[in-house]
Design a protein. Structure first.
Ligand code: BTN
Length: 258
């Protein structure tokens, strides 16, 4: 299989918009399989079967959120692939903060929060094609732009609520593309250190106690920072620093029953 040629890849070209799809993740995956170029963005005003992490649904009324999936073929090692969702979180946090003038934090691994409430979520699928350097990533991003019954029901927030002003989906997309291009340059070969420092600064619940739930396992500890591939570093009650590569962060000493 040919090594992906990234020399001409630009995130956001092409941009393919739909009024309504089941999930932009599926459309992007189909387009990727058909050979759509790296950087292709699939956007929908409405998803009828939008997906979140952990098999959950992700729903937003038509036009109330920016919902995109992006085709990436980064040509990096398998260990590095997962850090793309954190970097995408950084891009989204930068956009959210610029628009609302409110501090935005990143709840590991990939929720963006304003004032402790979720404003955006990220879903990263890896479609490995042969070796890891040929892997195709589908990066899904959902950003709440307007307050809706769904944001209220989940005690989430939106950019317009945080900004106290009207926010336009097109403006959010435009800013997101600019930020994503910058983090993607770092991800695919540039210097990741500045992005990592920013991410660590933006880490929600730093120096606070959390529980990480992963399937049947629950691990309690203090958030201390990030490892070199984006793993969460947790200081356990016995003082040992444990690095966590997957799981769901829950505030407080115990996992919340679902
Ligand atoms: C999460 O918070 O659990 C992740 C949410 C990801 C939602 C986005 S919206 C665009 C893309 N299409 C989907 O079906 N999901 C992602």
């Amino acid at each position: 299989m040919a090594i992906p040629d990234r020399t001409s890849a630009i995130i956001g070209r092409p941009l393919i918009r739909f009024d309504r799809v089941a999930s932009t993740m599926d459309v992007a995956a189909r387009l990727a399989a058909l050979g759509s170029p790296e950087g292709t963005i699939v956007e929908a005003d409405l998803q009828t079967a939008g997906r979140g992490r952990g098999g959950r649904r992700w729903y937003a009324p038509a036009g109330s959120a920016l919902m995109v999936s992006i085709i990436l073929r980064p040509g990096v090692s398998a260990a590095r692939l997962v850090s793309m969702s954190l970097l995408a979180g950084l891009a989204v946090a930068n956009v959210a903060e610029a628009i609302t003038s409110q501090p935005a934090t990143i709840k590991w691994p990939n929720d963006v929060l304003i004032d402790g409430r979720k404003v955006a979520g990220i879903l990263l699928h890896s479609r490995t094609m042969g070796d890891a350097p040929n892997a195709c990533l589908i990066l899904g991003i959902g950003i709440n732009v307007r307050v809706t019954s769904a944001t209220r029901a989940f005690n989430a927030t939106s950019l317009d609520e945080a900004a106290g002003d009207r926010v336009y989906v097109g403006d959010v997309r435009h800013r997101l593309v600019v930020e994503l291009r910058a983090v993607y340059r770092a991800f695919t070969g540039g210097d990741l250190a500045p992005a990592w420092a920013e991410l660590t600064d933006r880490l929600a619940y730093r120096d606070r106690e959390v529980t990480i739930v992963d399937g049947e396992r629950a691990l309690r500890g203090m958030v201390t920072g990030l490892g070199e591939n984006g793993e969460l570093l947790l200081r356990r009650p016995d003082g040992v620093i444990q690095s966590i590569i997957s799981g769901e962060m829950v505030r407080g000493p115990r996992p919340v029953a679902s």
